[in-house]
Design a protein around this ligand. Structure first.
Ligand code: AMP
Length: 301
């Protein structure tokens, strides 16, 4: 059984109050796949890039056991580009530009060999494209999805169809409030779970995450990091660690989903420690395990 990741692959320009980087590897599928690669292998990635996508990036992803048979390289096309600037409060991000380039005509085609019996993680792409992916799948064991404010505001009907089909939704607190049209997160979670997902995870930036199940709520702590370099991709790293751990353990009990939330939080904490995907490129299993233990200690009293 494989872990299939579908999302954006691109190059980001990121500016924080402390530093600036241009044309750095990014994209939801990239962060998700890298984070998941520490738990299960191979990760099957579906996305699209242009001819300008660097060979060194392909090699780095392959070195993490990420299977790129589903990564379309469009001849003469340009890779997706995204630019953002963080304010002094790193929880606040302004989008400077989004150049869809080859992503504009992205038509995800899932290779036949990946259609059966998969764990599917749908990164943040147009809900209509997420639906296209879901329709191609045959035997799905678990479907996890992410979305963003833009789609809640502009593509709500399609998004609600996606939500009626997925098992788990991972979003941040402002998206949850927007989607449910409800300021209280507990009430919002109830409303969103009625749209379809059995489990809902609400990320609260540097303040941890909440997991909502049938009758239970779990509050995961935040990791007290002294230096956050680049919050870009933290949500995707969370989703990758989360789904990677569930895929590895094949255990969908609430207790194990709680552990997956902690592994997701650990991967997010590594991701923000360096610019671009660098924080996810050279980790050891021991480092990840140690951070998991630190998280556990943070929440026991
Ligand atoms: P996150 O910080 O987890 O929200 O994810 C940031 C990543 O999402 C960046 O690496 C971007 O390249 C990518 N991204 C930004 N906007 C979009 C979009 N509209 N569609 C798909 N991916 C995007």
């Amino acid at each position: 059984m494989s872990l299939l990741v579908v999302g954006s692959v691109g190059y980001d320009d990121v500016e924080t109050p402390f530093d600036k980087i241009e044309k750095a590897l990014g994209g939801s599928a990239t962060y998700i796949s890298l984070a998941a690669s520490y738990f299960s292998a191979p990760i099957n990635m579906v996305g699209v890039v242009g001819e300008d996508f660097k060979d060194t990036d392909i090699k780095m992803l392959e070195a993490h056991n990420i299977n790129l048979d589903g990564l379309e390289i469009v001849k003469g096309g340009k890779t997706f580009r995204y630019g953002c600037k963080y304010q002094y409060d790193l929880n606040v991000r302004d989008t400077l530009f989004t150049h869809l380039n080859v992503f504009e005509n992205f038509d995800p085609v899932i290779p036949d060999k990946w259609k059966n019996n998969s764990f599917l993680l749908l990164g943040n792409i147009l809900p209509s494209l997420q639906l296209k992916v879901i329709e191609q799948m045959k035997g799905l064991r678990l479907m996890v999805c992410d979305t963003m404010n833009l789609w809640i505001n502009t593509m709500l009907d399609d998004l609600l169809v996606v939500l009626s089909k997925v098992d788990m939704l991972i979003i941040n607190d402002s998206e949850a409030r927007l989607l449910a049209n409800e300021p209280n997160l507990i009430k919002a979670a109830k409303i969103i779970r009625e749209f379809g997902p059995k489990y809902l995870i609400i990320k609260k930036g540097e303040h941890g995450a909440l997991l909502f199940g049938e009758d239970s709520i779990f509050s995961a702590p935040a990791y007290p990091l002294e230096s956050i370099f680049d919050p870009t991709g933290a949500g995707d790293a969370f989703a990758g660690g989360f789904a990677g751990y569930l895929h590895k353990t094949q255990d969908l009990s609430f207790d194990n989903i709680k552990k997956a939330v902690i592994y997701g939080s650990a991967m997010a904490s590594f991701s923000v420690g360096k610019f671009s995907t660098k924080g996810l490129e050279n980790l050891s299993n021991l480092e990840i395990h140690d951070r998991y233990i630190e998280f556990r200690e943070l929440s026991s009293f």
